[in-house]
Write a protein that binds this ligand. Structure first.
Ligand code: MN
Ligand code: MN
Length: 320
């Protein structure tokens, strides 16, 4: 098939407008809340009221946007031009309350609901990991119960944290309880680090979740890990990526760092390998710019969003 002569996304020519110029949107995409004819929307969720250690992920969306400024049209690894294939906009940020997790969840679910009802694929920039629960509420309302690929150093399937049901440590236990995701189609990838209790990973497995530790990924290799992910995450699937799945040497700007994680090259390969999955949305969380150095975490996060979008080419039908 010949390439589409008219790219669907309106991007400035990087040889006319330098990539460090202009108002910061994701990849220089137009900012728009008009979702008619839009295929994909980047949605910022600047909320970190669910974080238990270092905060700062509320500044994630703005720094990931800044970190995306050098993204270019063609992805040679996947041989695709995602912005030519899809009409992609930067929707801006959900106006969530910094002092109420319940109010924020309602605001996030409402905003994501608008996006999902317009049949627009959401690329969500967090925010701490608590935001994945209202994101999943909006997605499951549209698509029914989902499978989940969850990249993280932490299981995030704890029951309560500081006596509370809602936090960045509990979103996926709640999502299972609420019927938003199905545990037998849910895989955690990259788990590592010290734990509050010896039984924590068995507790996650007890829910029916598959837990692949970083050690398992290293032992199996990336291709076998991807095979296992595809075996488990069947049907309609959400992907939630906590940047702390990556080693703090590559992604120091995060709230709960754990040593001995994946390299940026490994996580890029894993995300590229998600192509065959039937995805309904993506969130990337826990980028905490105050702890970043040289913007390396924000730049990695921006590239992972780009790679995930690239996997949709040929798998998601553009509108119109
Ligand atoms: Mn997490
Ligand atoms: Mn984590």
């Amino acid at each position: 098939m010949p390439p589409d002569p008219s790219p669907r996304s309106e991007l400035p020519d990087g040889h006319v407008v330098p990539r460090f110029a202009g108002i910061s949107t994701f990849a220089h995409l137009p900012h728009s809340r008009e979702l008619h004819d839009v295929d994909v929307a980047v949605v910022g969720v600047p909320f970190d009221g669910g974080a238990s250690f270092r905060t700062g992920a509320r500044f994630g969306p703005q720094k990931i946007r800044a970190g995306s400024s050098l993204l270019r049209a063609f992805n040679p690894a996947l041989q695709v031009e995602p912005f030519a294939e899809f009409r992609v906009v930067d929707w801006g940020d959900v106006a969530c309350s910094p002092i109420s997790i319940e109010d924020s969840f309602a605001q996030i679910e409402q905003a994501l609901g608008e996006v999902v009802r317009a049949e627009v694929f959401p690329l969500v920039l967090g925010g701490d990991h608590s935001i994945s629960l209202p994101v999943l509420r909006a997605l499951a309302k549209r698509h029914g119960p989902l499978g989940l690929v969850h990249f993280d150093a932490h299981p995030d399937t704890w029951d309560v944290h500081f006596g509370r049901k809602y936090s960045h440590a509990t979103p996926f236990r709640r999502a299972i309880e609420e019927g938003l995701i199905e545990a037998h189609r849910y895989v955690q990838v990259g788990i590592r680090g010290s734990l509050p209790k010896a039984s924590d990973l068995d507790d996650a497995r007890g829910l029916g979740v598959t837990v692949l530790r970083t050690d398992d990924v290293v032992e199996m290799g990336l291709n076998a890990t991807l095979d296992r992910i595809r075996e488990i995450a069947t049907g309609r699937v959400h992907v939630s990526l906590d940047i702390d799945v990556v080693d703090p040497a590559f992604a120091p700007g995060t709230g709960t760092p754990e040593v001995g994680g994946l390299s940026s090259r490994e996580i890029v390969r894993l995300v590229r390998g998600l192509g065959p999955l039937e995805l309904t949305g993506f969130d990337l969380v826990e980028v905490s710019p105050p702890y970043d150095h040289g913007e390396i975490t924000a730049i990695l996060a921006a590239n992972l969003v780009y790679e995930l979008l690239s996997t949709r080419v040929g798998r998601m039908r553009p509108k119109g």
